[in-house]
Design a protein around this ligand. Structure first.
Ligand code: HEC
Length: 472
């Protein structure tokens, strides 16, 4: 990637937006080519989704299949829509950030403006190789999605929820986890959660059944999250992991692991994307159990929950007012109630950090009115640091932002999260601006679910017996 740089310098001046369609007369032959300049970018940043059998609707592995999309590629990379990534840069570097750098965007633009030439095949880099099997080798334990789903050729699929009991006699510890579609072309994203099911409910063959034994439709998320309330012994442990194309696994260092609690349920959440043909999928969740004693539990925390949970109460504010605390509902610590037509409804969650923690990743989750989300840490000395800023939240891309360097947050800090919801007609995703919006997992309602993955530094599970039941 050294040589193209000098060419790039030329390309940049030629295609500066103000230049208005300048042509490469001054530098004949300098237009970037597919083989030498563009393929390396596409291979590195796009083909994990844009290749046969993946979620991207076209392949960018060779010139022939890429060429017809040249204009569209230019538009999408210039607008920043591709590759999908919602965050603006902050001082926190993200491990999974595969945005294009400006040089790469300029190269693509110059290539398209220069007629999108193929170049010389001899210059083509080796196509990347992809692990087709499990990323971490054969898992110790595999949960199979309990229902094989058939995806219709077209029409939007609702989010689907399936349930499955965790069959272990005692809690197990997973140091590696992977969520893997069977059919990569149809799984847009998916997630695995740990939940309790509502009292009186049961699970048969992957479906939830209510007190009367009627099956709850798989598009209806009735399962109560095991842990989102502050008073729950498993506070924050509800999310296991999520899959987006190219990223569906996590592996924790020695001594760190996620708890797979006996007696609870795995909830599968699947978002399928039709391909024009009938497709089926049965995703799988692989676990690698910790080989050595686990000292630290890798937990998830929602904004507003204090850490550790014994340390007082987190705070929620909604457009300046304190939110009603949903005491009776373990499903939701906060309850956004967004008035009709409100354009910038603000919800804030403040997490007091009462003892040192280490933060690994941040995941914004809202629904169709979700507009932006931002986190910052206020350190004990009063200084502030933005750790994630997603100014244009896109419900279609559920991205977990993984910190390259885990962030140590000292005791006495607080972590603040602010979300803005747009319930105006100006929000093109808004299904009903005239309605007040309530909290639920249905996509026409809203959620305020800013999740941080972390561990408590002082924890040593080898010293304290790991109990989940007496922890009040
Ligand atoms: C995480 C998966 C993913 C990655 C990475 C990704 N794309 Fe996409 N791309 C998609 C999906 C899914 C669609 C179809 C939905 C949409 O249009 O948003 C798409 C659509 C597109 C389209 C629109 C095609 C049309 O219908 O006009 C273009 C162009 C495109 N991508 C280019 C790129 C380029 C260039 C890169 C790399 C710089 C890239 N994408 C990286 C998943 C991805």
């Amino acid at each position: 990637m050294q040589r193209p740089l000098s060419i790039l310098a030329v390309a940049v001046t030629l295609t500066a937006p103000a230049a208005g369609g300048a042509h490469a007369n001054e530098a004949p032959g300098a237009a970037p080519t597919f083989a030498k300049d563009v393929a390396p970018i596409l291979y590195q940043k796009c083909v994990r989704c844009h290749r046969q059998g993946e979620i991207g609707p076209m392949s960018f592995l060779d010139y022939k299949s890429t060429r017809p999309w040249a204009r569209s590629i230019q538009a999408r990379v210039v607008s920043g829509e591709m590759p999908p990534w919602g965050a603006t840069p902050t001082s926190m570097k993200m491990r999974n950030d595969n945005r294009l750098i400006q040089d790469e965007i300029d190269t693509i633009v110059a290539w398209v403006e220069g007629g999108a030439p193929p170049g010389n095949d001899a210059d083509l880099p080796e196509p990347p190789t992809f692990t087709t099997g499990w990323q971490l080798g054969e898992p110790d334990y595999i949960f199979e999605q309990p229902v094989e789903w058939t995806i219709k050729p077209d029409g939007a699929e609702p989010y689907l929820y399936f349930y499955q009991p965790i069959p272990f006699a005692q809690d197990r510890w997973a140091s590696g986890l992977e969520l893997r579609p069977e059919n990569h072309a149809v799984v847009h994203h998916s997630g695995a959660y740990i939940v309790d099911i509502p009292e009186g409910y049961s699970v048969t063959d992957g479906y939830l059944h209510d007190e009367d034994g009627s099956q709850v439709p798989p598009s209806q998320p009735m399962g109560r999250a095991a842990s989102s309330g502050n008073d729950d012994p498993l506070a924050g442990a509800n999310k296991l992991l999520s899959y987006v194309p190219g990223r569906g696994y996590e592996s924790h260092p020695d001594g760190f692991a996620k708890r797979i609690p006996a007696g609870k349920y795995i909830r599968w959440v699947l978002h399928y994307n039709p391909t024009g043909q009938v497709e089926t999928d049965r995703s799988r969740l692989g676990l690698w159990f910790a080989k050595n004693p686990v000292t630290h539990e890798v937990l998830n925390l929602q904004a507003g929950s204090p850490v550790p949970k014994s340390g007082g109460r987190g705070l929620y504010f909604s457009s300046g007012q304190e939110l009603r605390y949903a005491v009776n509902s373990r499903r939701s610590p906060a309850r956004p109630l967004i008035p009709p037509y409100e354009e910038a409804h603000r919800v804030m969650g403040i997490t007091p950090v009462n003892e040192p923690i280490t933060v690994y990743s941040l995941t914004p989750h809202m629904h169709l009115r979700g507009k932006s989300m931002k986190w910052w840490v206020t350190y004990p000395d009063g200084s502030e640091e933005v750790i994630l800023d997603v100014p244009e939240y896109d419900f279609n891309w559920q991205i977990q932002y993984e910190l390259e360097m885990p962030l140590k947050v000292p005791a006495g800090s607080k972590i603040t999260n602010v979300a803005i919801y747009d319930n105006s007609p100006g929000n093109r995703w808004n299904p009903a601006p005239e309605k007040p919006v309530y909290w639920s997992e249905q996509s026409w309602d809203e959620m305020y679910q800013p999740t941080i993955q972390f561990s408590v530094d002082s924890q040593d599970l080898t010293k304290v017996p790991a109990t989940t039941s007496q922890d009040q």
